[in-house]
Every structure is written in structure tokens, then in C-alpha cells.
Design a protein around this ligand. Structure first.
Ligand code: NAD
Length: 358
């Protein structure tokens, strides 16, 4: 069929590194940037995405068009579809899987809890089942989340800190993902690297995230909620620019060892790694609004509100020394610079320019 031909072509390796990656969630925010970066350096890339309508599907379609221009083809399908996944592994002998497909967002879990179980638990298990039987077994890098630190208040968060107090169902499913990865590593020798992303932002971003809808609402003159924690403390996020996250993802992929699974030769225990990918400089959400006001040249209508108990934590702050040491990860974009690039993209995209930056 035509799609197989396109999939093979997209996954064809152009550089000598021999890397061919299945990117799940390729039409998503992070997936778009990671797929583009892999393709541009000559890796083979095939995307998979179910194009669900958690947020504006037309944005996912626009990202798809952008990816196709770069030479990345996306197969439309669900990570729970074993037959499709097996077929993809038949068509392409992937060396790596970059697993980014998930039900994201903490608040939506109140409305639609089962979508988190479907994608973040059942979907992950299904994908790992297929990877375990693939020959060769691919090394897997997957997106966990800073949300696993939950109600932990010891900052900055280090990978050794407790993660047994998730504050949302989203966080609980991301934490479960880490436990599931551990099991597949232990039993089947799959090589797995989990990346705990901290509030990622940038061009092609997610409309459900604060920096995105604050931009929209400031421009529309709508009130912007400034959340106050019950203890009157600051609500802050360790905002991390997408290009820094992409560098971390590629470094994780490049340092991932091949699996030691039943098909291959045993070379000692397979790799299971977990890294924080953050920016190490939390910014109060009120400062985020001030930066956006300056960039948009519009005053925001601030509206002070108590932080609701619907899954948001008060504070995130990454300790990145482990990723620095093992991956050479070093974020270089501050919030002001990164938001400038986001706003430029936002204005161009909404004026019909569909410009891609970053
Ligand atoms: P996103 O929602 O933009 O991307 C996820 C993509 O996966 C979407 O395009 C969606 O259509 C697809 N998808 C969802 N369920 C699927 C399924 N069952 N089968 C196939 N495709 C499916 O989110 P993002 O911001 O790009 O996040 C990427 C990953 O990083 C996710 O795993 C997310 O949980 C994680 N993460 C993101 C952030 C952040 O700040 N953006 C922070 C921490 C963790």
C-alpha cells in the first residue's frame, strides 16, 4: 500500500549514524520539534499519532503539514492498536522509539479520567509489548513528567526524591509509566530512558497550557487568573524552552544502549535511566504575565484567584545535575528569550502565516 512506501521512505536513514526512530505523538508539540530535529540531522523518522481532539486538531494538522515539508510522514493510529504497531515494526526495523504520545494536561483528568488510563497506561504497555518482541529490540526513550514529584516540597527536585504523592491522575499515570518501564526492563531487558520534562513551552505549543492561553486572552482583553497558593506562597514553574528539551531528547537517544533482550547477546543488565529535563530557574506565574504584557504591548486584566485543588502543584524546580553529567544537557534559553520566539510564532500562525520557528 501507498502508506507503507511513504513510511519506509520517511524512516530511511540519510546520515551514517544508522538511527531509525519511531516517534509516537509526532503531531504533538514536543513530537513535532523532536521529529524535525531528528530528520534534519539525517536520522530516519516515522511518526505515529491518533490526532485526538483533546485540543484543536487543526493545530495538529498544521504541524503535520510542517513535518511533511521536512520529510517526516505520520501514520494515523493509536498506540493501543497492536496490529498496526506490529505492522510498523515489520515495515521498518526501528533502532529507537521516542515515545511522546500521551494524554497530557492535569485539569482534564477531572473530566475524562479514562483517557489517561487508555493512553498513558494501556497504550504504554501495548507499545512495550510490541517493542519486547521486535527484532532487533529498539531502545526506548519516553516522556515522563515533573508532575511525578507531586506534593513533594523539597526543591530543587532531584531524581532521588520521593514520587509517591501524585497531585493529579495525570501525575499518577506518569508515575505508573515509570514503574511499568522498570518491569519491562527487568523482565525483558528492554533499554528504557525516562525524561521528566518541566513545563515545556515554545512555537507550535499546546493551547491548553498557561503561557499559550494567557497570550490569547491578553490579546482578547479577557481576565488572566493569577493563582495564589493557600499558604500565600508564590505559584511558580520551571519553564523550559522547547529547543533545550529537544537537545535533551536527542542526547538521551544517542546515549541509549541497545537492549539486551532475548534476541540479542546479553551484555550485562539493560539500561533503565530517569532524568530531569528542566531549566533550573522557576519563574512566578505573575512574572510570566508581565513578560507577555511587554512582548504583546497589551496590559493584562489580572484576576487574583486561589489555586484550585484540581491537580496543579504550587512549585516546580528541577535539579538537572544528573542530566548534565550523563547527557551533557545544558539549557540555554531564558523565559524572556523563549517567549519572544513563541509570541512571534503565535502572531504569525494566527495571522494565517503558519510560520515555523525554532
Ligand atoms: P501533546 O498533547 O501536544 O502531544 C501528544 C500527542 O500524542 C498528541 O498529538 C496526541 O494526538 C497524541 N496521542 C495521544 N494519545 C495517543 C494515543 N493513544 N495514540 C496515538 N497518539 C496519541 O503533548 P506534548 O506537550 O507534546 O507532550 C509530549 C509528551 O511529553 C507527553 O507524554 C506529555 O505527557 C509529556 N510532557 C509534556 C510536558 C509539557 O510541558 N509539554 C511536560 C511534562 C511531560
Amino acid at each position: 500500500p501507498a502508506w507503507e512506501k511513504r513510511a519506509r521512505y520517511s524512516a530511511r536513514v540519510r546520515s551514517r549514524n544508522g538511527i531509525s526512530v519511531l516517534v509516537t505523538g509526532a503531531a504533538g508539540f514536543v513530537g513535532t520539534h523532536v521529529s524535525t530535529a531528528l530528520k534534519r540531522r539525517g536520522d530516519g523518522v516515522l511518526g505515529l499519532d491518533n490526532f485526538n481532539d483533546y485540543y484543536d486538531p487543526s493545530l495538529k494538522r498544521a504541524r503535520q503539514v510542517h513535518l511533511e515539508r521536512t520529510g517526516v510522514f505520520i501514520v494515523e493510529g493509536d498506540i493501543n492498536d497492536s496490529a498496526l504497531l506490529n505492522k510498523l515494526f515489520e515495515v521498518v526495523a526501528f533502532t529507537h522509539v521516542m515515545h511522546l504520545a500521551a494524554q497530557a494536561g492535569v485539569r482534564y483528568a477531572i473530566e475524562n479520567p479514562s483517557s489517561y488510563v487508555h493512553s498513558n497506561i494501556a497504550g504504554l504497555v501495548n507499545l512495550l509489548e510490541v517493542c519486547k518482541s521486535a527484532n532487533p529490540q529498539p531502545a526506548i526513550v519516553w516522556a515522563s513528567s515533573s508532575s511525578v514529584y507531586g506534593l513533594n516540597t523539597k526543591v530543587p527536585f532531584s531524581e532521588r526524591d520521593r514520587t509517591d504523592q501524585p497531585a493529579s491522575l495525570y501525575a499518577a499515570t506518569k508515575k505508573a509509566g515509570e514503574e511499568i518501564a522498570h518491569t519491562y526492563n527487568h523482565i525483558y531487558g528492554l533499554s528504557l530512558t525516562g525524561l521528566r520534562f518541566f513545563t515545556v513551552y515554545g512555537p507550535w505549543g499546546r493551547p491548553d497550557m498557561a503561557y499559550f492561553f494567557f497570550t490569547r486572552d491578553i490579546l482578547r482583553g479577557k481576565p488572566i487568573p493569577i493563582f495564589k497558593a493557600p499558604n500565600h506562597g508564590t505559584v511558580a514553574r520551571d519553564f523550559t524552552y522547547i529547543d533545550d528539551i529537544v537537545k535533551g531528547c536527542l542526547a538521551a537517544l544517542d546515549t541509549a544502549e541497545k537492549s539486551t533482550g532475548s534476541g540479542g547477546k546479553k551484555r550485562g543488565p539493560a539500561q533503565l535511566r530517569i532524568f530531569n529535563l528542566g531549566n533550573t530557574s522557576p519563574v512566578p506565574v505573575s512574572d510570566l504575565v508581565s513578560i507577555l504584557e511587554r512582548l504583546l504591548k497589551v496590559r493584562a486584566k489580572r484576576h487574583s484567584m486561589k489555586l484550585p485543588r484540581n491537580g496543579d502543584v504550587q512549585f516546580t524546580h528541577a535539579n538537572i545535575s544528573l542530566a548534565q553529567r550523563e547527557l551533557g544537557y545544558k539549557p540555554t534559553t531564558d523565559l524572556q528569550t523563549g517567549l519572544k520566539k513563541f509570541v512571534r510564532w503565535y502572531l504569525s500562525y494566527h495571522s494565517g502565516g503558519k510560520m515555523a520557528t525554532g
